[in-house]
Each structure stands twice: as C-alpha cells, then as structure tokens.
Design a binder for this molecule. Structure first.
Ligand code: SF4
Length: 111
C-alpha cells in the first residue's frame, strides 16, 4: 500500500489508469471530489527558535560522557546566539519539564 501511494496514487497526479485498486477506490467512484485537507500552516523558522536552543543543549548532553553542570548547558544553549536573555533558561527548563533532561545536584544529563 505504501508503494501504491508513492508510485501510483500520488497527491499531485494519481495515475488511476494504472491503479490496481481503481475498481474499489471511493474517491474515484465519487467523481474525484475536491475534498483535499487544508494544507498545514508552515512551521515557524528554526533559526533562533527555542527548538534550536533546545537542540544545542541536547547535542551537548548527547556528546558528554558524564553529567554536565547546568551552567555549562546554559552556556551551550546560548552559544550561537539567542533571541532574548531568558531563552537559554526557558529552553533548558522546557527540556527538564518534558523529561528529556534530568537535573540533579546542579548537573544535567539525559534520562
Ligand atoms: S484509483 Fe484511487 S487509489 Fe487508484 S490512483 Fe486513482 S485515486 Fe489513487
């Protein structure tokens, strides 16, 4: 079925004439109604985002062989630029809140 969607029934140009399930296709049977779902809104830019800052922290912790001081994690978060002074802390706290980072005795590590 995945190959059918990738090769025959593509979103832009379905090749119904070559389709092995054309006889059972409800969309074709209904006369190809214009009922495509709304396009998803574009995701906010990654550059300068909290996601990017979170990624820096995760990269640091993934590369570390031992727990890292929180101050070092916050420094890595800011390394490369931030939107505002609170962004490193906000990104770090959100990782802890999401359970992706564990903090103990001033040290941060992956769970
Ligand atoms: S017949 Fe239906 S399933 Fe087959 S290609 Fe056309 S739209 Fe897709």
């Amino acid at each position: 079925m995945m190959e059918l969607g990738a090769v025959v029934c593509t979103a832009r140009a379905p090749r119904c004439g070559e389709c092995p399930v054309a006889a059972w296709c409800e969309w074709r049977g209904a006369g190809y109604p214009d009922n495509a779902p709304e396009k998803r809104p574009r995701q906010a830019a990654f550059e300068g985002s909290d996601r990017q800052v979170r990624g820096r922290i995760m990269a640091l912790l993934r590369a570390a062989s031992a727990p890292v001081p929180v101050a070092e994690a916050l420094g890595a978060a800011a390394d490369g630029g931030v939107r505002d002074a609170e962004q490193p802390r906000r990104a770090y706290d959100s990782l802890v809140s999401d359970g992706l980072v564990v903090e103990l005795d001033g040290l941060a590590r992956l769970p």
